[in-house]
Write a protein that binds this ligand. Structure first.
Ligand code: GLV
Length: 308
């Protein structure tokens, strides 16, 4: 009964060492070493191998190495093979840091100052108090809630939007398509932390930007495909959106000739906002495998109908 891991090979060695110590009964193989393919029961992957269902005929559970599961085609997964997303403390902590960093950078006009420095310009911008900068987070799962919780210390008015109605202390929660425009109209900084599904693909588009207050800002830490890139360029051009911080792009790495690289209103980072850390994630994975073996519920199970 083996585990097959297919993601960053360097971090794979750390996962492997933790499993060797804590679960010697579960050999942990790192792709492309698949050993006896019929012995693989658990696949832990960022990008799954092609045709992995045929390759691994006795597969029982698929685990995503990341919080997102959009790299798997849910329609192809048979119902007896559960898909599990990663919920682990270091990934969440990294995401919280990045969201706080980007909100503060946006709130304090850092993108303008980076440009001004290049041009040797000394131009202080009048400060807006946090109490007048409204933050809206789309997606109220583990990551969205953790980020909102940390943001409370700064005094920003906080809002959240999700598919189904949520209740979070200190956060005005909106839900569903009926309340989407009300939510957007009150967002000075919009953070996208949604899972990528057929319903959320392209959700950051001209209509969304148009419903926000003029000069609002965007932070995308969900998936590149949430954003209609040409709509963002248009919204920046006309001033409807003032700046964007993007950690995820529709094509990664961002192609060399892409307009975003040099755009004065855009700050790009290379999909590093939240990273699964093997030192903590290996224990979460092992606990989940043990739960599966004893028939207890697995944490992070994806609902195929919802897509996350
Ligand atoms: C990163 O994007 C993740 O899904 O964890």
């Amino acid at each position: 009964m083996t585990i097959l891991y297919k993601a960053d090979p360097e971090r794979g060695l750390i996962w492997q060492a933790i499993f060797a110590e804590r679960a010697p009964d579960l050999p942990f193989l790192i792709w492309p070493d698949i050993g006896d393919a019929t012995a693989v029961r658990y696949l832990v992957a960022w990008q799954p191998p092609d045709n992995f269902l045929e390759l691994l005929p006795n597969l029982q559970v698929v685990f995503s190495v990341g919080a997102g599961v959009d790299q798997f085609d849910l329609r192809l997964l048979p119902s007896h093979i559960p898909l599990v997303r990663m919920i682990e403390p270091s990934l969440a902590e990294g995401m919280v840091e990045y969201v706080v960093l980007s909100i503060l950078a946006t709130h304090r006009n850092l993108i303008n100052y980076i440009g001004d420095q290049r041009r040797k310009q000394w131009k202080p911008i009048r400060l807006v108090p946090a109490s007048r900068r409204r933050i809206g987070v789309m997606g109220l799962g583990v990551l969205g809630r953790s980020a909102l919780d940390r943001l409370k210390t700064f005094g920003f008015p906080l809002m959240g939007w999700s598919r189904s109605q949520q209740v979070i202390e200190g956060v005005v929660c909106f839900s569903g398509s009926e309340q989407f425009r009300d939510f957007l109209s009150a967002c000075d900084i919009l953070v996208c932390l949604l899972p990528l599904t057929s319903e959320t693909r392209g959700i950051l588009n001209r209509h969304t930007f148009g419903a926000m207050p003029r000069g609002a800002a965007l932070i995308n830490v969900g998936r590149g495909a949430h954003l209609v890139e040409s709509d963002l360029l248009d919204a920046l051009e006309c001033g409807q959106i003032s700046s964007a911080i993007l950690d995820v792009l529709s094509t990664e790495p961002l192609p060399e000739n892409h307009a975003f690289w040099e755009h004065p209103g855009i700050l790009i980072t290379p999909h590093m906002a939240g990273m699964t850390q093997p030192e903590t994630a290996a224990h979460v994975l092992l606990d989940n495998i043990r739960c599966h073996q004893t028939g207890e519920p697995i944490e992070g199970m994806v609902d195929a109908n919802q897509g996350y």
